[in-house]
Structure formats: C-alpha cells, structure tokens
Design a protein around this ligand. Structure first.
Ligand SMILES: [Zn+2]
Length: 252
C-alpha cells in the first residue's frame, strides 16, 4: 500500500486545472475523491500527527513544532504511529519525510532533506523535491508492505507565491510525482494535511513555515484537505480515519 502526502495541496487548484494535471484527473476518475474538512487546527504538525496516530490532538498532545521554545521530536509524542503498529504485526513499513516534526521524520529509512527541510527558495525547493523523489525510487525498488511519503515543498511555494503562475507549475510537478509513484501499487491514498487560500492581511497568519522569517507571505492554510483513494474501501470522513483505513486495508 502506498500513501502519498502533499503538504498543503488543495482541490481549489487541482479541480480548476485538471487538463494540465492528467495524473490527478486519471486517479480521481479511477478511484474516489473528496475534500476532508479538518476538525482540528490546520497546522502540519497537528494534522499529520493525527492522521498517522488516529488520535485527535487532545489525545496525542502534539500541538506544534516548537512548544515552550523546545523543538519537538518523536519522543515528545505519547502515541503509537501506524508504522509502529503495523511493524509490530509483522508488516514491512517505511515512512519518509513526514513533517509532523522538524526536520521531517523517517521510519526504517534515512533521508536528510536539503537544508534540513527549511528551504524556502524555489530553486532549493525544486532540488529538495528531486532528492526526495529519488529516495522514493530507491525505496520502491523493493517495495515494503506500506510506504508513506510526504512531499512538503508545495506548502512553502504557496505561502510565498499564492496567486502566481508558479503555483500551477508546482502542481504540474506534483502531478508527475503522483503519476510515477502510482505505478508501484494498486492500493493507494493521496492526501494533504490542509488546503490553501489567499492570506488575509491582518487576519490570522499563524501558519508560516518554520524558518520563514520576515519574508512576505501571500498564502495561508485553510481547513479543506484533499483525499484521493484507489482500492480503499474503508470510509475516510475525518483526518483520524486515515490511520484506521491504512490498518484495515493492509490487513485485507
Ligand atoms: Zn502542512
């Protein structure tokens, strides 16, 4: 089974530009898709953690990348993740670049993203994306029972370039990524942790990526994530259902 996370991906862009995104169009037509309305704060740390622990933030207790000035790590989270759970049942699982902590978390594989995942410039983000895709290819030469990867670059592109043509170029790049990776497994989930919208000046702007500093922010998170599934029968209606869907589908 394959889980492809795209941090910050929104159907607002995808559905408007399906002709430029043939793999999204095909995968949405082949399987099923829906918006996932968040019932929690649209922050990457919180949402990816809830997805892969099956617990709402009130239970997993992981509210941000930094708490009381301390960068949070896996050890600060008192909950089991899906990869640990399934490995204990004998499945081979790899998780790559999951941004619920910084730098993004890996399980049973090693990867250090460019600039430890703190890249903000477009050329750096593109290099980071390419390196991550190369790592996916390497892992998928011998596919584990479950492979989870999150591409986190689009989030930053949208924060700094929302409304610019380069955003659609990045969706086209992600379209190629999902098209290529989808070849590796029939059972698949593509999803994001939140959507995006124009940043409202003076409004809540609390979702700047780590390391953003004083750079101008044009986009901000919204509370509609994307969900595209293929050969997944378990109904996913909320973020925490993702954990149970993976568990049930792997056992089938
Ligand atoms: Zn995010």
């Amino acid at each position: 089974m394959l889980i492809i996370g795209i941090d910050g991906a929104t159907f607002k862009i995808i559905k408007k530009h399906l002709k430029a995104l043939p793999n999204f169009e095909r995968l949405m037509a082949e399987g099923s898709h829906r918006s996932l309305k968040l019932d929690m704060k649209p922050l990457s740390a919180v949402v990816w953690c809830s997805m892969f622990t099956g617990k709402p933030p009130e239970e997993h207790g992981h509210w941000d990348f930094v708490v009381d000035g301390k960068l949070q790590s896996r050890r600060d989270i008192e909950a089991d993740f899906i990869w640990e759970r399934l490995e204990a049942e004998g499945y081979e699982v790899k998780a790559l670049n999951i941004p619920f902590v910084y730098p993004p978390y890996n399980y049973n594989c090693e990867h250090t993203p460019l600039n430890f995942g703190l890249s903000l410039e477009l050329d750096e983000l593109e290099e980071d994306r390419k390196q991550l895709l190369a790592k996916c290819r390497e892992i998928l030469q011998n596919p584990p029972d479950l492979f989870i990867v999150v591409f986190d670059q689009l989030d930053k592109v949208q924060h700094f370039h929302w409304g610019e043509p380069v955003v659609l170029e990045w969706y086209e790049r992600m379209d190629q990524v999902v098209g290529e990776l989808a070849e590796y497994d029939e059972k698949m989930i593509i999803l994001s942790d939140h959507g995006f919208r124009e940043r409202v000046e003076g409004g809540e702007g609390g979702y700047a990526p780590p390391g953003a500093g004083p750079k101008q922010l044009k986009g901000d998170h919204d509370d509609e994530a994307i969900l595209i599934t293929r050969n997944v029968r378990y109904p996913i209606r909320r973020i925490t259902d993702v954990y149970y869907a993976i568990q049930e589908e792997i056992r089938r």
